[in-house]
Structures are given as C-alpha cells and as structure tokens.
Design a protein around this ligand. Structure first.
Ligand code: GUN
Ligand code: FE
Length: 428
C-alpha cells in the first residue's frame, strides 16, 4: 500500500539559481518517498490524508554535502595554519592510518554520521580511508542511520607514507570487492571510486579504477587543481600532460561515469572546458580553501559555463560539518572574488548559495534537493523562534537569519527519502 501524507509549514526552496520559491503556511504532499507537489490549500482529494503540522516553522530541503572526509573528523580544527601538502603529511595521513583498527573506526564513524544528521545533512559524498573493513562499516552506519551517501574506499599507491600506502593490486582487489558487495546492498548508500588525487595514484592503478567504474557503472570522486603546491607536484609527476584533469580523463575517471572533482580553484581554461564538456560536477569547498590557503574558485564563471556545482564541507580541511555555514562562506568568498575580479564576477546571493547547498549538489543523487514534483522528500524543519526577531521578517529573511546566525539546535526534524530520521546511535 502506498503511504500518502502532507507536511505543513512555511515552505522555502529553490528551483533555479538566485530565486527562492516560498509558500507560507503551505502543504508538501508526499507519496512514499516522492513529492507530489507544494500546495497553498489541500485539494479535495487530499482532504483525508494525514497532515503533520509544523506550525510557524520553516520547511527547507535537506542539505547535501558533496565532499567530506569521514576519517578526518577527529582532526577538525587542527593544523589549519598549514597549506595543503604539509597539512596532509603532518595531520591527515597519520590520523587516516588509524582506521585499520575497526573499533576506532566504528567509534569515530558513528559519531561522524550522527553529527551529519545533527547538522541537517541528509545526503553526503564521502571519502573513507584505504581500509576496506572500516569503509564497509561506514557504509553500514549510513544505512542504519537512514541517511543517503556515496562512500569511497580511498586508493593510494604512491607518494604516500609507508603506514598509509597500498600495494597496487591490493588497492584494486579491495575496491572491486566493495563495489560488488555494496553496489545493490542498500537503496540510499552506494560505493564510489575514490582515487585520492593524482599524486597518490600510479597510472596502473588509475587505469584499473577507470575500468571498474566503467564495468560496474560506478561514479567517481577525487580532488582537482586545489592548491598551488599540489599542482606543481602534479606537473613534476606528469610533465607531458596538458593539464591536471587530463590525467584522470586519460584513465576514464573524468565524467565517463558520474564524477565529482573537489575544489577546482586553479583550473586552466582547457581544464574548465573539459569539465563542462564531460558533465563533471564540481564540489566547492570555500571553508577548506580559506583554511589551507588554496584560493577562491571562480564559481560565477563556472556556473556561466553550465557546470554542475554543489557545496562541500571538506572536513577537516574545512572546520565544520554545517552546510548552513558553507552557504555563508560561499557568499563571503564570492564577495571577495567580485572585488578582486574588478567587479566582473557578480557575487553569489543567499539564494544562489542555498541552491548550491541543496539542488546543486542534490543533482548528483538524482531528483534531490528541491520540493518540485517527483523529487525525493528530503526536508528539514527549522524552528527559528529562539533567534532574536525585533521586527516582522519575511520567510526569506527568516531563512537568511537562520543560515547566518542559527545552528543545529534550530533543526527540529529531518526527513530523508520520505522518512522521518531519528537520532542515530553513537558507538562509544
Ligand atoms: N587532496 C588530497 N587529499 C586531500 C584531502 O584529504 N583534503 C583536501 N582538502 N585535499 C586533498
Ligand atoms: Fe577533500
């Protein structure tokens, strides 16, 4: 039997860049996992259905984090006065080596999944570590929690410390095992091929990963043109490659299956052309890019090229899981970019940033991140009554105030794929 219900409240979402859709005291009608529509009055045929009335609260789409590293959660807030490459060596790699211990992995990963839930992230695209068992456990924890995720076992077989470097064949075998075991295991949690970045993967490994992606139709994620030092290293390793992204492309890891490239701060014109041509998604991580002195990605120009873009927390290059914070810093850095581009690249508005944090990244999951008919019902209920209001505010202003000054305590309920998701268990 189909389930049919409605939620009622002050509905706000984005169908397109730069423009909020608002329905005050409206109804979202949901059938099973999908939205039928947003209505200001319930039609006669829906008069008998259950209505969950959230009063004066805001109803917004769940947040999508398009780029986050689960094993880096213990390092959140640490070492962020370093640039990317020294930060990886001193903080990130030693922490990631701990996940060969499944007990440690379970402790951190259960808290990580819990805290994504807490911050209202309903779908995430996640890096694990090189460790097969810990990565499987992370996928199970997402599924048990009821959140949506793509989760990648990281591949690294060169230029990595001995304690975090794989044999090429083991890396391939472990990846294949996870793909086969998890491809159809869960509805909302799926594997994703995850070469860490070009410096840490041999051409042989990348070639095999491309073949696995193609044969099993699995998506791909990696890092691209993030930081000056990283790009110089890639040039040294591949002097004949026309640009960084062409190396992934050569091995079938650049849009042959759905692909996310994180950062793209310093892409060349040719690289941007290939991203656009191959429909590669960009995960924009401004919090991380500020912390690790990477720079500001030219998001307005990339959007003008029709490139798919979503936002990422990039924890722990970024120091918070909050996608509300990601919206704010997206706007802030775009203001700086505008000044630095002689006021050519128009700043991103709150509606632009909110679109990127919901529908922009949600597109990687299919029809996710909006309240349009046919979209999966992922929703947050926002109670902003404790935020100081000294004058009447529009629904749009209330959302803006929540994004800028609210926090996870304002989130009263979360729905994913049509289901209310309760607080996940944390394993001590
Ligand atoms: N490039 C390669 N690995 C990483 C990582 O863990 N974080 C970030 N921000 N960039 C990377
Ligand atoms: Fe990253």
């Amino acid at each position: 039997m189909k389930s049919l219900f409605a939620v009622k409240g002050n509905i706000i979402y984005t169908k397109e860049l730069g423009k909020f859709e608002v329905c005050e005291q409206g109804y979202i009608v949901v059938e099973d996992d999908e939205i039928i529509g947003v209505f200001s009055e319930l039609e006669e045929k829906y008069k008998e259905i259950e209505v969950i009335d959230y009063g004066d609260n805001l109803l917004i789409p769940g947040f999508v984090d398009l780029h986050v590293h689960a094993p880096q959660y213990p390092n959140i807030g640490l070492g962020l006065d370093k640039e990317l490459m020294p930060w990886l060596e001193t903080y990130t790699f030693p922490e990631e080596s701990k996940y060969k211990d499944i007990t440690y992995a379970e402790k951190v990963y259960s808290r990580f999944v819990h805290d994504l839930w807490k911050h209202g992230t309903t779908r995430a695209v996640v890096f694990g570590t090189i460790h097969k068992e810990a990565t499987k456990r992370l996928m199970d924890l997402f599924a048990e929690a009821g959140l949506g995720a793509y989760v990648g076992k990281v591949n690294m077989d060169r230029n990595s410390p001995e304690f975090l470097c794989e044999e090429t064949q083991n890396s391939i075998d472990d990846t294949l095992e996870i793909v086969k075991e998890y491809k159809d295991k869960y509805e909302l949690v799926k594997p994703i091929i995850t070469p860490r970045f070009v410096p840490s993967c041999t051409p042989e490994l990348m070639e095999e990963l491309g073949k696995i992606a193609k044969e099993y139709n699995v998506p791909v994620q990696s890092h691209l043109s993030e930081n000056f030092g990283e790009i110089c290293f890639v040039k040294e390793l591949h002097p004949d490659a026309p640009f960084y992204g062409s190396i992934y492309d050569m091995y079938g890891l650049f849009g042959d299956t759905p692909t996310i490239m994180a950062h793209c701060v310093l892409c060349s014109e040719d690289e941007v052309n290939l991203i656009a041509e191959k429909g590669v998604f960009i995960a924009h991580n401004p919090n991380s890019n500020c912390n690790l002195a990477s720079g500001i990605a030219p998001i307005r120009r990339l959007l003008a090229r029709g490139i798919h873009i979503g936002l990422g927390s990039d924890v722990s290059g970024g120091h918070t899981l909050s996608m509300a914070h990601a919206c704010v810093i997206t706007s802030q850095v775009s203001n700086i970019k505008w000044i630095q581009s002689d006021r050519i690249d128009k700043p991103l508005s709150t509606a632009d940033a909110f679109y990127l944090a919901t529908k922009g990244g949600g597109a990687f999951f299919g029809k996710v991140g909006s309240f349009e008919p046919g979209y999966k019902f992922d929703c947050l209920v926002i109670d902003d009554s404790c935020l100081p209001h000294f004058k009447p505010l529009t629904v749009m202003e209330r959302l803006q105030k929540y994004l800028y000054t609210g926090d996870d305590r304002n989130i009263k309920a979360r729905y994913v794929n049509g289901k209310l998701v309760n607080e996940p268990k944390v394993i001590a």
